[in-house]
Design a protein around this ligand. Structure first.
Ligand code: PLP
Length: 360
């Protein structure tokens, strides 16, 4: 069997080893004679998987004990509303606007009638960089950033520091590098880019924030309820959490997050070098110091639709999929999450170089 090289932006590649284990265990999970999907979420068979996923997250991502890992549903998009509902204290929420997802997060806080302030933005230059010298107010209720901008291909190299609690939407770069928890109070991520399948949303929250929630917030939207019930208040997305657990096992098998980070850097550098060495045949969307290691966004000849179409056709014939750019930027996008192999990236870079040599 030949696996396609998958550069999809999300849902995205899942390690082949993870899928093989899931396949092997599908009809008979650990001698139970049933699939893990068919197990009660209140029975030890499933609970062990659930708790092991949480334990592995603490171990591999070095999450301190005063933080709680939660599994919720509704995608990162539901977090755009759930975060303000749980953390507002009636004051101002500050945002850095670095693209479509930040914009949507701001919109949800506004729908709730809360005061929002955009302290920095890269909107005027089509979100091609992460703003510098970001200065948050000390007395904001919380501040919000999008660590990796999936659509525009930009990424923070270090998170801005802030006295107000820092909330990070890490949907497209969770588990791709180690983070400094001393500066983060809440992180959330839909699992479908870097951590498994869609349907599971990860929330990592400092426990001291759980009590902020007002009585008027509906039960299912309260972090505190999910925390008190170990994310088993209602039926969690059990199969997705199982695949997340297998993905964490896989990261551990790769040597942990630092080892995965090193390969991610190598992969990203291969593509960016091909762009930089193409004498302008390829152009990256992101400013060099804001380049994402997860989503490489670029054009051919500054946006030549015929050549871009031809290149995408060529990649598809060679068994590489998902390289068409998002409509906001045009061109191409290579999403090279943890599960995308160095081999897949090398195949792409070979095609880029051949194509440039032929058409430049
Ligand atoms: C994909 C994405 C989202 C939206 O995720 P859903 O799970 O589809 O709601 C939010 N933020 C970022 C950074 C993303 O990449």
């Amino acid at each position: 069997m030949k696996r396609t090289y998958n550069f999809n932006a999300g849902p995205a590649a899942i390690p082949t080893e993870v899928l093989e284990i899931a396949q092997k265990e599908l009809l008979d999970f650990q001698g139970s004679g049933i699939s893990i999907m068919e197990a009660s979420h209140r029975a030890p068979l499933y609970e062990n998987v659930h708790n092991e996923a949480i334990r592995l997250m603490h171990e591999l991502y070095e999450i301190p004990e005063d933080y709680q890992v939660l599994f919720v549903q509704g995608g990162a998009s539901t977090q755009f509303a759930m975060v303000p509902l749980n953390l507002t204290q009636g004051g101002v929420i500050e945002f850095v606007n670095t693209g479509t997802w930040s914009t949507k997060a701001i919109k949800e806080a506004k729908i709730l009638g809360l005061q929002t302030k955009v302290v920095a933005s890269s909107e005027e230059s089509n979100f091609d960089h992460i703003p510098e010298g970001i200065a948050f107010s000390d007395d904001a209720d919380y501040v919000h950033i999008t660590s990796n901008n999936t659509i525009y291909g930009t990424q923070y190299k270090t998170y801005p520091t802030s006295k107000a609690p820092l909330v990070v939407d890490a949907s497209s770069d969770i588990f791709s590098y180690t983070v400094d928890w001393s500066n983060i109070e809440l992180m959330y991520a839909g699992a479908q880019k870097n951590a498994g399948p869609s349907g599971v949303t990860i929330v990592i929250i400092r426990k001291s924030l759980l009590d902020r929630v007002a009585n008027t917030v509906p039960t299912m939207l309260r972090y505190k309820i999910h925390a008190e019930n170990n994310s088993l208040y209602n039926t969690p997305p059990t199969f997705g959490i199982y695949l997340l657990k297998l993905t964490l096992d896989w990261i551990k098998g790769q040597g942990g997050i630092k080892a995965v980070e090193a390969v991610n850097t190598q992969k990203a550098n291969l593509i960016y070098d091909a762009i930089d060495e193409s004498n302008g045949f390829f152009t990256g969307h992101a400013a060099k110091d804001s380049r994402s290691h997860m989503n490489v966004v670029f054009t051919i000849q500054g946006g030549n639709p015929e050549l871009e179409k031809e290149f995408i056709k060529l990649t598809e014939e060679a068994g590489l999929i998902g390289l068409k750019g998002h409509r906001s930027t045009g061109g191409l996008r290579a999403s090279i999450y943890n599960a995308v192999s160095l081999e897949a990236v090398e195949a792409l870079v070979t095609l880029m170089k051949e194509f440039a040599a032929k058409h430049a």
